[in-house]
Design a protein. Structure first.
Length: 515
């Protein structure tokens, strides 16, 4: 039986493994699609994902709520209540999925009103959107079943499912393109294939990990369904606001500047998307533990674990963000080609602010665990709408595409510098000074790494991935050494050493006994 610390390390390690795999796929797949479909075609792929996410808001909050409720009731030993929440989510989600499918059909038939498709590719674009919407419906409807891995704290298994989804989708497209079928249809098939694989595996894990969560229509309860709706409603509202912050820029650039400019913008912003995935994975590893602590009423333990998560984010984020900003032109030239070096400013602008806007992610876990979701949802939605309006307004000025990017940075930073720390301090009844201190440290460290990387980029000729990797590695070694020797406390060094020992001892035990 794993201890809580070793399980957290396993989840954390699997999150990093999934991130590494996603990063590897993204590094290869993005230029692969740009090269074969063109910048405009690649932009359509990302816009299809964005449209699917917006429609999926109907189910996102509802289905994500089941993880919290099932985990809490299982932790309290209330198996019957856990079954009721699970079945209410499954059958309620099926009904909502049917509604989502109808809305998806309407969107696909009027796709030209939503985006500016590349010339002569409207029909292909329609099929691409249809496939992406179908995959989204499958994904949101299987979320109830993924509550099993969440309540058992087996994020390593759910990460494995996510990895197979990505590999299946990308693998299908690569093979199809290699055989000469270079059309949107193959991208669409790959997306659906990945969703089907992950759905089957998620259901298998549900049966394996939580046989007590039986699927029975008789376990559906309107009271449980209403509770899920209440929590899920605000989750969906919060997700809507977040999408306005993070994805509306793709739509605005496409509508204002066309498919080609939109595709080039989207390709560069994929790096930002990867960084956000890194931040979400790092903070998400603490999610089940924080919910369990709240279920036991251990608020002191919850606060301690939350501060640990924030400190880890503070130490880990500045290195990749600073390197990406400092070597922006070199990275774009090597990754997407010399034609993209003119957009180095966009990579700098879209990454530096993440030192703060990703460092706050663990604070969101406290809101979910304590069920304080209404106020953050309303604030996020209001500021998301303001961000969209500002993006359109600045995009129409002489700033052009830069104005769209600036609007997102201003709006998101304002929310996470003002509201997020203050509200988290209010929810946990703690001083906000500690929270603000972590954000300042993260921003300062990021600027140091970025300036150092920029100087090295200016003084050396980074003409290949080997030189880039060498420079980044040297910076990373110095950064880690400074953090361990000069920044973290002796107590934190001791915890780090013990955590690593526990992790490797667990691995050694499993290898010895063949577990």
């Amino acid at each position: 039986m794993r201890t809580g610390r070793s399980r957290l390390l396993a989840n954390f390690g699997s999150n990093l493994g999934l991130l590494g795999a996603n990063l590897a796929i993204g590094i290869f797949f993005t230029p692969f699609l740009v090269r074969h479909l063109g910048a405009g075609g690649y932009g359509m792929v990302l816009l299809a994902n964005t449209a699917a996410l917006y429609l999926g808001l109907l189910l996102t909050g509802f289905n994500s709520a089941v993880g919290r409720y099932v985990t809490v009731e299982m932790g309290r030993g209330e198996i019957d209540k856990a079954r009721q929440y699970f079945n209410s989510a499954v059958f309620g989600g099926l009904a909502a999925g049917c509604l989502l499918a109808v809305l998806g059909v309407i969107v696909c038939f009027h796709i030209e009103a939503l985006v500016r498709a590349p010339a002569g590719r409207l029909a292909e674009t329609r099929w691409l959107f249809a496939a992406t919407l179908a995959a989204t419906i499958l994904g949101t409807m299987r979320t109830a079943f993924s509550a099993s891995t969440y309540c058992r704290n087996r994020l390593d298994l759910s990460n494995g499912v996510g990895l197979l989804d990505k590999v299946t989708s990308a693998g299908w497209v690569v093979i199809a393109f290699a055989l000469g079928a270079i059309v949107f249809d193959q991208v669409a098939i790959g997306i659906v294939a990945g969703a089907l694989v992950s759905t089957v595996l998620t259901i298998f894990l549900w049966k394996k990990l939580t046989p007590e969560l039986e699927l029975k229509a008789s376990q559906f309860r309107w009271t449980a369904f209403r509770e899920l709706l209440s929590t899920g409603l605000w989750g969906s509202v919060n997700a809507a606001g977040s999408l306005l912050f993070l994805s509306v820029d793709l739509i605005v650039v496409n509508r204002l500047f066309g498919a080609e400019s939109g595709g080039r913008y989207a390709a560069v912003m994929q790096i930002t998307a990867v960084l956000r995935s890194v931040g979400a994975a790092l903070s998400g590893a603490f999610g089940p533990t924080i919910v369990h602590l709240h279920a036991r009423g251990d608020l002191e333990g919850l606060l301690a674990r939350l501060m640990t998560a924030i400190r880890i984010m503070r130490f880990l984020l500045p290195l990749p963000i600073g390197i990406l900003a400092g070597f922006s032109n070199d990275i774009l030239a090597l990754w997407l080609g010399n034609d993209f070096t003119s957009m180095g400013w966009l990579l700098i602008l879209s990454t530096l602010h993440l030192s703060v806007n990703l460092a706050v992610l663990p604070m969101f876990l406290a809101w979910t665990a304590t069920n304080h979701v209404k106020t953050p949802a309303l604030v996020t939605l209001a500021m998301g709408i303001g961000s969209a309006a500002l993006a359109i307004a600045l995009g129409r000025t002489t700033l052009g595409i830069a104005g769209v990017a600036v609007a997102g940075v201003i709006s998101l930073s304002a929310k996470n510098l003002i509201f997020t720390p203050l509200y988290t301090a209010h929810v946990l009844d703690v001083s906000c000074r500690k929270l603000y201190a972590t954000l300042f440290h993260s921003a300062f460290a990021t600027m140091v790494v970025a300036v150092t990387s920029g100087i090295i980029s200016h003084l050396t000729n980074i003409n290949g991935f080997v030189r880039l990797a060498t420079a980044a590695t040297l910076i990373g070694v110095v950064y880690v050494a400074v953090v361990i020797l000069c920044v973290i406390t002796e107590a934190e060094r001791t915890k780090l050493r013990h955590a690593c020992q526990a992790f490797f001892n667990e691995r050694k035990r499993k290898a010895l006994y063949g577990e």
